[in-house]
Design a protein around this ligand. Structure first.
Ligand SMILES: O=c1ccn([C@@H]2O[C@H](COP(=O)(O)OP(=O)(O)O[C@H]3O[C@@H](CO)[C@H](O)[C@H]3O)[C@@H](O)[C@H]2O)c(=O)[nH]1
Ligand SMILES: [Mn+2]
Length: 403
């Protein structure tokens, strides 16, 4: 029987960093305070390094802007994107923790309190909840707790703690080799179904936990343009292992991973300023990650937890960023589907460098950009290994910025 984790989920507060890319502000942290305050935040400030980003009181954090990235990585800083959420991967590199959770600054525990709602007027709270219900079909109910904090509830009325769910996902095995039709067999109240081979029931270590989003779905620009008012109101109470040999579109908005198992593969590519492509950062990382987890016998899960995604980015701006990606991905997907990594590639770094070689040989002819990207993939691994020497190695000269 799959050992359902009846014990409470460990906080992992000293083993997990929260990485936030931002070009806006960090007010959203107020709603996450009950869940995020125990953790160390790594904030990657994109855009103008002279702009001051205010971090709400009471959070333990490091903040890196473009000047810090250049100071720490020197010439290798060219592999970190500028003016694209891809910059977040710098946070993965400088972290010293086993786990990473990354979230966008427009993602909330649940629908943020609208300005009209007074936090202490029951009538306006009811009105706001009815508004939420109208807009979001009551997928998440929220109740105020005594001091006016917002606590999200799932349809069963249980509190939602997205970070706790990601930790549960990462700490329980994945089942990539044989699909369990009752989904995650390790959840309370579930198990392997009849016909599931006992030899496979131990599962494999989980490298990635990919969460989803209510309200604004992560659609590409053409879909956004065709369906501007569509909201995701479907709370599907399921966690699935993505089967071995199957790629998936990884979104960086609500994502957790085991940095020691798969960190070096989580390079978010060359995107944004000066590049012919944007908004394919997380997609690229997801395709590289999935072929490597398949090769190393690790698992990738998708499903719970949900977060509430509040802002739709501009579809016209997105179309310009995505155009080449939409076109190139018809070549990229067959490339990743046909990847075979040699058995000598026994570490993530070795797998990644082999991938970079194949990107240059097979995708360089699609567009010269992929030669640049292959170089950047190698630079990323060099920088990763310099900042993360094997245990007991030397640390980097510069170290994190003074706060
Ligand atoms: O130039 C930029 C733009 C944005 N950011 C920060 O990145 C995240 C996501 O930004 P935003 O919410 O505006 O974009 P979405 O379209 O909703 O994001 C989804 O598309 C993917 C684009 O790659 C992204 O991974 C998804 O989450 C926010 O925190 C912005 O502040 C930035 O740093 N630099
Ligand atoms: Mn967003």
């Amino acid at each position: 029987m799959a050992s359902a984790s009846r014990a409470s989920t460990p906080l992992l507060k000293d083993e997990l960093d929260i990485v936030i890319p931002t070009i806006r502000n960090l007010d959203f942290l107020e709603m996450w305070r009950p869940f995020f305050q125990p953790y160390h935040l790594i904030i990657v400030q994109d855009g103008d390094p002279n702009k001051t980003i205010r971090v709400p009181e009471g959070f333990d954090y490091e903040l890196y802007n473009r000047n810090d990235i250049t100071r720490i990585l020197g010439p290798r800083s060219t592999c970190i994107s500028f003016k694209d959420s891809a910059c977040r991967c710098f946070g993965y590199m400088v972290s010293k923790k086993k786990y990473i959770y990354t979230i966008d600054d427009d993602c909330f525990v649940s629908a943020p309190p609208a300005p009209l709602v007074s936090l202490h007027d029951p009538r306006s709270i009811l009105a706001f909840r009815l508004l939420c219900c109208r807009d979001s079909v009551a997928v998440i109910r929220r109740d105020f707790v005594g001091n006016g904090d917002w606590v999200a509830k799932d349809p069963s009325g249980k509190d939602i703690n997205a970070l706790e769910q990601h930790i549960k996902n990462l700490l329980s095995p994945s089942t990539p080799f044989f699909f369990n039709t009752l989904y995650d067999p390790y959840r309370d109240g579930a198990d392997f179904v009849r016909g599931y081979p006992f030899s496979l029931r131990e599962g494999v270590p989980t490298a990635v936990s990919h969460g989803l989003w209510l309200n604004i779905p992560d659609y590409d620009a053409p879909t956004q343009l065709v369906k501007p008012l569509e909201r995701n109101t479907r709370y599907v109470d399921a966690i699935l292992t993505i089967p071995k040999g199957t790629l998936f579109p990884m979104c960086g908005m609500n994502l957790a991973f085991d940095r020691e198992l798969i960190g070096p593969a989580m390079y978010f590519g060359l995107m944004g300023d000066g590049q012919p492509i944007g908004r394919y950062d997380d997609m690229w990382a997801g395709w590289c990650t999935k072929v490597i987890t398949d090769h190393l016998g690790l698992g990738v899960k998708t499903g719970l937890p949900y977060i509430w995604h509040s802002k739709a980015s501009n579809p016209f701006v997105n179309l310009k960023k995505e155009y080449n990606g939409i076109f190139w991905q018809e070549e990229l997907i067959p490339f990743f589907q046909s990847i075979s990594l040699p058995k000598e590639a026994t570490t993530v770094q070795k797998c990644y460098l082999e991938l970079a070689k194949q990107v240059r040989v097979k995708l360089g002819k699609v567009d010269g950009y992929f030669n640049k990207l292959a170089d950047a993939m190698v630079t990323w691994i060099e920088a990763w290994d310099e900042l993360n020497p094997p245990k007991g190695g030397v640390t980097t000269a510069n170290g994190p910025p003074k706060k």
